[in-house]
Each structure stands twice: as structure tokens, then as C-alpha cells.
Design a protein around this ligand. Structure first.
Ligand code: CA
Length: 536
């Protein structure tokens, strides 16, 4: 393992997989940890790169052709049992969102502003800040998992980690507060979803860097999909959690539906060689494969829910379902049900993963008790209304205080750790507390292929309005998202006062959070945000 052999500090000690479990009876100040049933179990079911409409559950005012194409019956069931958030957001790419969930911080503050792999590797393709946190989240930092572990939770990491870079302590989820790590490491994608391909590991090689999925050697050579293997391992870990007598936190973090897009063999025939529903457009092979991956992920949700029920824990388990960024659309995708091509896989949202536009950041979000029961004491504390819909804006860093609140551990956040996210428990139970709260996006990097909104940018949504600043070429854009969800009509020149007001707020608040500006890769100079010039 990567643990230092020298003196361990307290956090290292508690973070070690083998020791954390044994020591979980201790919490801060030496008080007894909560006994089982005193706090709910929590499942955070996080899908990778899943778009806002990559599901048969509608997260808009109407069902779309995409909703009719995808099959996610278990998400439908979850939505029927709980609350759907139709204005939920993540950040534009993987590591920033995942770090925000673990720290409660906006990327402007935690500075893991781009995806990570090696500690000294700038993954920006062009512009990026000089000293962004390329090493990713590290083991000496305050994390959601660690605070839950200290509060007496049995903490399980299953699937994609993508926090600390390779060779650093933060690459091991056991160093970040998890009692169990299944298949998580530095990389943000699997070499392969196929057990027959050893999930991207070479024959006889335990772990092929950088993309081979670690820790699943016993499935190598088997005809099994990675999503199914992870599900089986998560179910086995839930047995361990039950035996521990503690409440559990399961961070079920699928590698799916990130590239490589490959068929999930149990579901591919639902799509292969068929037409998109209500169209005469043939589903291209890559989209059939993608839909099979979505359905495979959904089957995992069903299996996890069934396991919780079999353990008799369904009434005591709160499930949160979401994605870590918008749906991929800039490359590797095929013709949509609208007959369109790249950058339309989230239509009516504009663009996709990596973009400043809504397609880059808008995500599905459901919260539900795994079995609604009005008379259950834990549910009485958080009575999530079955089948409800919330328009409360929500963003990844809200998960940190919200999950800690559910786990009764919010008071344990150190005073030295100011939060950007908000405790949204009141919104889970139907109180749309603050529709005008600002949401901040800060992606000062060039992501990948050129396309709509993929330049380095910062953005802010407040109520119906969204402002975007692009660092190259420098420009401001302003949209009324309520009236123009596709961001087709830039109002920057019509609403100059609003633009000026929002631009100042965005810049001031980014500076307060410690935002780093991108560097012009031709001149080597920093390119700070420049406020719009008002004609007097
Ligand atoms: Ca992702």
C-alpha cells in the first residue's frame, strides 16, 4: 500500500482501510459513535458522464425523444419514491466535481479545476492556470468520507475514484476516509468494461497503468461487464457493513457511462439494429452501445436497492442519485434521435461535457428513501415526499453538507473549513428555500476538441439568469435560462446593467474563493477576468 512507514498522523491512522474499521467506534472527542439505526444509511449513486436526459425519467417540463430512447426503470422507481431536482448541476468535468463532493468547496477554492492523472501533468489542452492542483485531493485534507467514518459510519468506495493523482496518497480512497475500496484509483476511465479483456489489464498483469481497473482480478477472463462486477462487489461489501452493526455510507461510483463506449451485453439487444422511438432514424451502433451502458448502470441501481431491502435496511436508507458532469457530446458519439450529430446529445441543452453551456453541467438528480415509510423514525426527520419535483438549484458541493447533515455529522466540520455548498435537507423535503442563490462554475482550462463553449470559462447562474465569461477570446454572454434553456439568444448587449452587475459579483466571489486565472499559452501571461465595458 501507499501508506508511509514513518510516523502516521491521526488522519492517516483513521484513513487506513484495515484500521479505520476497527477504530470506527471512536469519534471526535472520544464520544461513542452512533449505534446502527440511530442514523440512516446513505447511498450516493454517482454515474460518470451521464447526461441530463440519458434516462427515461424526465428532468424537464416535458418528456423528450432522448427520454423515450433510454431505459432506466430503476431510476423511474427511485423517482416515484422520492424527489427529482430539475435544476441540478455538476461541474464541467470529473475531478473538479468529485473533489467538490468530498470537500464542500467550489473548484475555484479547491483548485482541482481540471481532470487529474499524474501529479505533475497539466491535462489542459492549451490554456490553464499555472499552479492548479494537478496532484488532486490529498490524504491530509478534510473529506466527506472521513467525517462520516469518524462519526461511526462504515464507509464503502466502489468504482471510480479519480481524486488524487497517480503515486500520491490521495489516489487511494482508503487514505481519504473509506473503510473499503473496490476498484478505485487515480484514473478516471477504465481500459475496458469487459471482464474478458481483464478490464484493461494485460494478461497476467495485476494492474496495467494507467487505465487498467485495479482490484477485480478474480473476474479477469470472465464474460462479465464492469458495471455488474462492481455491483456484485458492492453487494458483498454491504454484507460486511451489516455485520459491522454500523450505519453505512456507500459511494457507488460507476465508471459507466464514461468512454470507452462498449456494449453491455445483457442489454445491447434492446437497441441494436432498431430505430429511435417515434422516429425513422436507425440507432447507430455506438448509440446502441451507449444506451446499453446506461441500462446496465440502471440495473446496478436496481440490484443495490434489492440488496438493501434483503438486508431489511430499505426504510433506513436514503439514496441520492446524480452524475459528475453533463453528457459527452464533443466526440465519440453518433447520430441522435433528432438526426443530428456532435454537440447535440443533450438537446435542447447546448453542447456537452466540458462546455460552459447547460449541456456541460446540468445533471439528473433524485433523492429518495429506498422504501418510503411515514412511521419510520428516521424518515420522520427527513420526510421526502414520494413523486415530488423540486426546482431548487443544486450543485455538487451541496452534497458535502447535505450528506453530513443526514449523517448527523455536520457539526464535525472544522471551523477552518468554510463551506461553499449548502445543506439542502430542507429542499429534499419540499422547501424550495432559495431559488435566487448563485451557483458558480470555474473551468479555466481548454478541455478538448473545439466546439460550443469548450473554451476556458467561468459562469454563474442566479435565478433565471446565467452569465458566462470566456477567457479566450475574451467575451461575456448572458442568457435567460428559464426562457431559453438552449442558450441560443445572448442578451449581453440588451441587458447591459444586469450584465455589469452579475459580472462584478462573479468576479468578486471568484476572487474571494481564491480562483486562479488561466495563462495565455502564447505569451505566458495570466489572463484575469475583465469586466465588461459599459458605454456611458
Ligand atoms: Ca465525468
Amino acid at each position: 500500500m501507499m501508506r508511509n512507514t514513518g510516523t502516521m498522523n491521526r488522519r492517516d491512522f483513521l484513513g487506513a482501510c484495515s484500521l479505520g474499521f476497527a477504530l470506527g467506534v471512536l469519534s471526535r472527542g472520544g464520544a461513542a459513535a452512533p449505534k446502527t439505526k440511530e442514523r440512516p444509511n446513505i447511498i450516493l449513486f454517482l454515474v460518470d458522464d451521464m447526461g441530463w436526459q440519458d434516462t427515461s425519467v424526465a428532468f424537464w417540463t416535458e418528456e423528450t425523444l432522448f427520454n423515450r430512447h433510454y431505459r432506466t426503470p430503476n431510476m423511474e422507481r427511485l423517482a416515484h419514491m422520492g424527489v427529482r431536482f430539475t435544476h441540478a448541476y455538476a461541474h464541467a468535468v470529473c475531478s473538479p466535481t468529485r473533489t467538490s463532493i468530498m470537500t464542500g468547496w467550489n473548484p475555484a477554492r479547491h483548485r482541482v479545476t481540471n481532470w487529474t492523472l499524474n501529479p505533475d501533468q497539466d491535462t489542459s489542452r492549451g490554456w490553464g492556470p499555472r499552479n492548479w492542483k494537478k496532484e488532486g485531493l490529498q490524504a491530509d485534507e478534510v473529506t466527506l468520507a472521513q467525517l462520516l467514518q469518524v462519526a461511526g459510519y462504515f464507509t464503502i468506495h466502489c468504482g471510480k475514484a479519480h481524486w488524487g493523482a497517480r503515486g500520491t496518497g490521495g489516489e487511494d480512497p482508503c487514505r481519504l476516509g473509506f473503510d473499503v475500496n473496490i476498484a478505485g484509483h487515480a484514473a478516471g476511465a477504465p481500459g475496458s468494461y469487459q471482464g474478458l479483456d481483464n478490464f484493461g489489464n494485460a494478461e497476467g498483469d495485476e494492474h496495467t497503468l494507467p487505465w487498467g481497473v485495479p482490484g477485480l482480478d478474480h473476474y479477469h477472463g470472465e464474460d462479465i461487464d464492469l458495471s455488474d462486477a462492481l455491483t456484485q462487489e458492492a453487494i458483498a461489501a454491504l454484507d460486511k457493513a451489516a455485520a459491522s452493526g454500523k450505519p453505512f455510507y456507500l459511494y457507488m461510483s460507476h465508471y459507466a457511462v464514461h468512454t470507452p463506449i462498449q456494449p453491455h451485453n445483457r442489454f445491447i439487444e434492446n437497441y441494436r439494429g432498431q430505430q429511435y422511438p417515434d422516429t425513422e432514424i436507425e440507432i447507430p451502433p455506438v448509440e446502441a452501445q451507449y444506451a446499453s451502458m446506461v441500462e446496465g448502470m440502471d440495473a446496478s441501481l436496481g440490484a443495490v436497492l434489492a440488496k438493501v431491502e434483503a438486508l431489511g435496511e430499505a426504510e433506513s436508507t436514503l439514496v441520492i442519485f446524480t452524475s459528475d458532469n453533463g453528457g459527452l457530446s464533443a466526440h465519440a458519439r453518433g447520430t441522435t434521435p433528432y438526426g443530428t450529430g456532435l454537440n447535440t446529445h443533450n438537446r435542447p441543452l447546448r453542447a456537452g461535457k466540458g462546455s460552459a453551456y447547460e449541456g456541460g453541467t446540468r445533471v439528473p438528480f433524485i433523492a429518495a428513501w429506498a422504501q418510503p415509510a411515514r412511521d419510520n423514525r428516521l424518515q420522520a426527520e427527513l420526510p421526502v415526499e414520494a413523486g415530488s419535483v423540486s426546482v431548487q438549484p443544486f450543485i455538487s458541493e451541496d452534497l458535502f453538507p447535505t450528506v453530513l447533515g443526514i449523517g448527523g455529522a455536520l457539526d464535525s466540520v472544522p471551523a477552518t473549513h468554510p463551506l461553499d455548498g449548502q445543506d439542502m435537507r430542507r429542499c429534499l423535503i419540499g422547501v424550495e428555500a432559495d431559488l435566487e442563490r448563485p451557483l458558480y462554475f470555474h473551468y479555466p482550462h481548454t478541455w478538448g476538441p473545439p466546439g460550443p463553449g469548450y473554451e476556458p470559462h467561468s459562469a454563474m447562474r442566479v435565478g433565471d439568469w446565467k452569465i458566462i465569461y470566456f477567457y479566450i477570446p475574451q467575451r461575456w454572454e448572458l442568457y435567460n435560462i428559464a426562457e431559453d434553456i438552449g442558450e441560443t439568444h445572448d442578451l449581453a448587449e440588451e441587458e447591459t446593467q444586469r450584465l455589469a452587475r452579475m459580472a462584478s459579483k462573479l468576479r468578486d466571489d471568484l476572487v474571494e474563493m481564491g480562483a486562479q486565472w488561466p495563462v495565455d499559452n502564447e505569451t505566458g501571461e495570466e489572463s484575469p477576468m475583465r469586466l465588461p465595458e459599459l458605454e456611458s
